[in-house]
Ligand binder design. Structure first.
Ligand SMILES: [Fe+2]
Ligand SMILES: [Fe+2]
Length: 239
């Protein structure tokens, strides 16, 4: 059994490395349609649509919340944490999610729904949660310094903030994946959808650069490795 798990784990790590290596092609949306070589056309077939891209970013959020949950567990159990874990995790949350993903939702997805009179109340709640998460990130970053982690009351407050943030993001992302994004797609024509994709792609390159998503994936993988929660096989229960 141990040998089997070891083999599966090696295969998973290999597959994960391949995924990260392929990230630039996988994470890049459609470019111009004319004057492309066969090679460029092949790349286009792997590109993501706007909602696939937003849902991939939700996958990144979920990874970051898994890291936060394990970090919180270690804090509560007085176990060692990788140095600066929460500072690094929430710096990435800020640049990738708060400054990139959420503005994309607020500028390209939510206004289209409100204009159509669809899910208006839900959109209002989600926008408020974006603002709340910014305030919570400020608070978590201010609590995450090494000297603060040595004080029990501040450690408890950090755990409380992490717990509430994880809970909010779990519900927030599920709501967007199952209600907001499908409704947005339903009311958006193919032409509008393509135009929005072009605008989102341009903004992504301006904000994060060509390697931005790949770098984010690599950093998340490093957080998980440092905490020993990388790979999915270890989470299969023995039955
Ligand atoms: Fe959101
Ligand atoms: Fe989102």
């Amino acid at each position: 059994m141990e040998v089997y798990q070891s083999v599966v784990r090696r295969e998973f790590l290999k597959a994960n490395a391949v995924l990260l290596a392929a990230a630039p092609a996988l994470l890049c949306r459609a470019g111009g349609a004319s004057g492309q070589s066969d090679e460029e056309h092949e790349d286009e077939e792997k590109e993501l649509t706007p909602l696939e891209d937003l849902m991939l970013e939700h996958g990144f959020v979920r990874h970051l919340m898994l890291v936060c949950r394990e970090g919180q567990r270690r804090l509560e159990a007085n176990e060692a944490l990788p140095p600066n874990l929460f500072v690094e995790v929430f710096s990435l949350m800020r640049s990738l999610i708060e400054n990139h993903h959420e503005p994309a939702e607020e500028d390209f997805v939510f206004p289209r729904l409100v204009q159509a009179g669809a899910l208006v109340g839900v959109v209002g709640v989600l926008k408020e949660q974006h603002r709340v998460s910014r305030r919570m990130t400020d608070k978590i970053l201010s609590l995450s310094g090494k000297e603060n982690l040595e004080k029990e009351d501040l450690r408890k407050e950090l755990c409380r903030q992490l717990s509430e943030l994880i809970r909010m993001y779990e519900h927030h992302a599920v709501c967007e994946d199952t209600m907001v994004f499908p409704e947005f797609r339903r009311i958006t024509s193919a032409k509008e959808y393509e135009e929005i994709g072009g605008k989102m792609e341009q903004r992504e390159h301006e904000q994060l650069g060509e390697q931005g998503m790949r770098d984010a994936a690599k950093r998340i993988a490093e957080f998980e490795q440092a905490l020993g929660i990388d790979g999915v096989v270890q989470f299969t229960p023995s039955v």
